[in-house]
Design a protein around this ligand. Structure first.
Ligand code: SAM
Length: 244
């Protein structure tokens, strides 16, 4: 894997690359997600939803925004565990949302979705009790702007829960993960998704993503008064929780 293959010149260039990549793999995204993570993605989402559920337990009709909702797995898990929630999903890639909408129709679920960019949210200040993001922050062009936008749309006392693939730090998970992400994941990902780059971009974007502590700093800068993180599955995933 080249270190420079995904050096985007401008943030707009990255955004357009990300939009077209997810549009291209949308139809195979769910299968690859579960297959390549050995089904662990269900567990990671349940952990995030557990945190949101605790936080909104006393709110009669919590308003929750699932940013970069993709095909909707995190939103559906939220609706299952917090049935009184009003969930809104936004995503950059229309084909991902089309699949989400099909699932909403099939399940007759009450979730509102629309196209949108995390860096320019169309919601008013103080709109939501909770904001969630699953496995998407690596793809954002300007993380500082994204975090500021999330802080803006959260109500005072609101919570932000972010799941992101991360770099395990400890032996043997560190070595296992490196082997898997460099040798196995790109090959299977390319075969199944028929997209030659998406599953090389994936480990590359994880390598480039800021470390857990740097994300904490960014959350503080964006206006979160408290922030913490927790490793899941030996550090394959980091879950950050910020409070306004
Ligand atoms: C790996 S998928 C995650 C989907 C879903 N959250 C999940 O848990 O499966 C990443 C998603 O982030 C979306 N995305 C990337 N950049 C975005 C942005 N700037 N604003 C909104 N969505 C974005 C992509 O279109 C894609 O659907």
């Amino acid at each position: 894997m080249s270190e420079t293959q995904f050096d985007f010149i401008t943030s707009e260039e990255k955004k357009s690359y990300v939009r077209s990549m997810f549009s291209d793999i949308a139809g195979r995204y769910d299968f690859l997600n579960h297959f390549l993570s050995f089904g662990l993605d269900y567990y990671w989402r349940r952990k995030a939803v557990g945190v949101v559920k605790n936080h909104v337990a006393k709110i009669a009709e919590p308003l929750i925004l699932d940013i970069a909702c993709g095909t909707g797995d995190l939103s559906f898990e939220m609706l299952k565990k917090i049935p009184n929630a009003k969930i809104t999903g936004i995503d950059l890639a229309k084909p991902m949302l089309d699949i989400f909408q099909q699932k909403i129709d099939e399940r007759n679920a009450s979730i509102t979705i629309s196209e949108g960019d995390v860096e320019s949210l169309t919601f008013a200040d103080n709109s939501f009790d909770a904001v969630t993001i699953g496995f998407a922050t690596r793809n954002f062009s300007r993380l500082d702007i994204a975090f500021r936008e999330i802080a803006r749309v959260l109500k005072p006392g609101g919570i932000f829960v972010n799941l992101e693939l991360s770099k395990p730090r400890r032996t043997p998970m560190k070595q296992l993960y490196l082997f898997y992400s460099k040798r196995i994941l790109p090959v299977i990902g390319k075969l199944v998704s028929k997209n030659s780059e998406a599953y090389t971009y994936l480990p590359d974007s994880i390598q480039r993503f800021p470390e857990r502590e740097a994300i904490m700093e960014m959350l503080h800068h964006a206006g979160f008064s408290k922030a913490k993180w927790q490793d899941l599955s030996g550090g394959i995933v980091a879950m950050h929780v910020g409070r306004i």
